[in-house]
Design a protein around this ligand. Structure first.
Ligand SMILES: [Zn+2]
Length: 97
């Protein structure tokens, strides 16, 4: 019989936190400093994007397959951003015309 471990309640913000980020010092009640698992990089109240970017671009010790995963993710985010920007510029341009 295998036991299925079910995580009850609480949604994990991202798998980042379980695999690539560890909890550091408690800065204020319930708020912890987050530390990269691979290097001394740390952030307090950082967004998942901060760490995704760090893993993709700045982390010196992250395993390359993990870096690639987040590099792809960041690239996709950038693409979306670029498209939004394009739309925005187009709109602005039209107004100026
Ligand atoms: Zn790092």
């Amino acid at each position: 019989m295998s036991q299925v471990s079910k995580k009850s309640g609480g949604r994990p913000p991202s798998d980042l936190w379980n695999t690539h980020i560890k909890k550091g010092k408690e800065i204020s009640k319930g708020n912890y400093k987050e530390i990269c698992n691979y290097c001394p990089y740390s952030k307090y109240k950082g967004s998942p994007q901060d760490f995704e970017e760090h893993l993709a671009n700045n982390c010196l010790n992250v395993p390359s397959n993990i870096r690639q995963t987040y590099l792809n993710k960041v690239l996709i985010d950038l693409k979306t951003l670029k498209n939004q920007l394009k739309k925005f510029i187009k709109q602005k341009y039209l107004i100026l015309m």
